[in-house]
Ligand binder design. Structure first.
Ligand code: SF4
Length: 348
């Protein structure tokens, strides 16, 4: 197989585009729907396996079109069962995807960009800088590529989280196109309840997401309790300060089953005090929210450390006493640099 990004690659085309393709090759539009079903619901990669397509259509496709997954160049297995995949794309850039199996459901942490422009001070990906946006095909390819690598069966219970490399809101059209295929019952078939997009808070894009017909769940990467603190950790806060972020969160149209998720990376001595917890509680107030506390995953390149676990528990208690459901998330795959904020294409 050649690499993703090839302009004859059908991966990433939606149903309408495949119907148009069928028509352009002199076939009825329903042949495009069969192709869509084969690629996304049956995970087929060779036209030969699409035996429900007529031979004329297959022969017309074969010279110019392919179904190409990103190439899993390397993968690293953690003691805790997580696997970090390094996918190489056609232009030789790379992205990472993390597979995290659990008893009930497997989570895949997806990348939306090569590198990232946002420059959060605690994040290893930020050190790569901005490279480019991924295409919808490259995003879906991470899901199907990991599924193939792990010999997963169709219908496997999956959670997808856009918390890998990149800021998904800065690539919203391609992220939403990918989600529309991933969540389509006739496509990959992972329900929207099991797909989440995490953002630092690019407010115009959150407002755009609110209007999307197929909308994943929204997670906000909060990580601070005041503007001063947040601007130091996340310079984007100078453009979109906390008061504006909270105003947009309050206006966000939650579905009956949905909470706004707030991610809070805990940094020792930086954002983890009781006062921080009280200020976070004040910020979130009566929002229908959940908080995930993520003790920092340290590394030699950055000056931050995780707090003692007692500190994390004390922080959690202040929030839960204010009736804000708050969970402690210990990142998976720390020994393979796959944990939250650690994705940086390191190969050791
Ligand atoms: S935390 Fe996310 S948005 Fe911030 S620099 Fe890292 S990848 Fe980009």
């Amino acid at each position: 197989m050649t690499l993703a990004g090839h302009n004859g690659n059908l991966l990433g085309l939606n149903q309408e585009e495949l119907e148009n393709l069928a028509e352009s090759l002199g076939q009825p539009r329903y042949r495009g729907r069969q192709l869509y079903h084969g690629i996304y619901a049956r995970w087929i990669r060779n036209f030969d396996e699409l035996t429900d397509l007529n031979r004329d259509f297959r022969s017309a496709l074969e010279p110019h079109k392919e179904i190409i997954y990103p190439q899993a160049e390397r993968h690293f297995c953690s003691r805790d069962g997580a696997v970090r995949y390094l996918f190489r794309l056609q232009d030789s850039s790379s992205v990472e995807t993390v597979y995290m199996p659990d008893e009930d459901r497997t989570t895949l942490c997806l990348s939306s960009q090569v590198g990232c422009a946002v420059d959060c001070k605690f994040c290893f990906t930020a050190m790569l800088g901005a490279k480019r946006n991924l295409t919808a095909g490259e995003i879906i390819g991470q899901v199907l590529g990991v599924a193939a690598g792990q010999n997963m069966v169709r219908g496997a219970r999956l959670n997808l989280v856009f918390m890998g490399m990149g800021e998904p809101m800065l690539n919203l059209p391609q992220v939403l196109k990918a989600v529309s295929i991933l969540a389509d019952p006739k496509g990959v078939g992972i329900t929207l309840r099991h797909i989440a997009v995490s953002t630092v808070g690019i407010l115009p894009r959150i407002e755009e997401l609110a209007l999307a017909p197929m909308r994943p769940k929204l997670a906000i990467s909060l990580n601070a309790s005041s503007d001063e603190q947040r601007s130091a950790l996340m310079p984007i806060n100078k453009k979109y300060p906390l008061a504006d972020l909270m105003r947009v969160c309050r206006a966000y149209p939650l579905r009956s089953w949905e909470h706004l998720m707030f991610e809070y990376v805990m940094l020792d001595g930086c954002n983890d005090s009781d006062d921080d917890a009280r200020r976070v509680a004040d910020l979130l107030g009566d929002l229908r929210s959940r908080v995930n506390l993520i003790p920092y995953n340290s590394g030699p390149e950055l000056p931050y450390r995780a707090p003692e676990f007692e500190r994390v528990l004390a922080f959690q208690k202040i929030l839960t006493d204010r009736r804000i459901p708050t969970f402690i998330r210990i990142s998976r795959g720390q020994d393979i640099h796959a944990a939250c904020g650690q994705l940086s294409l390191s190969i050791g």
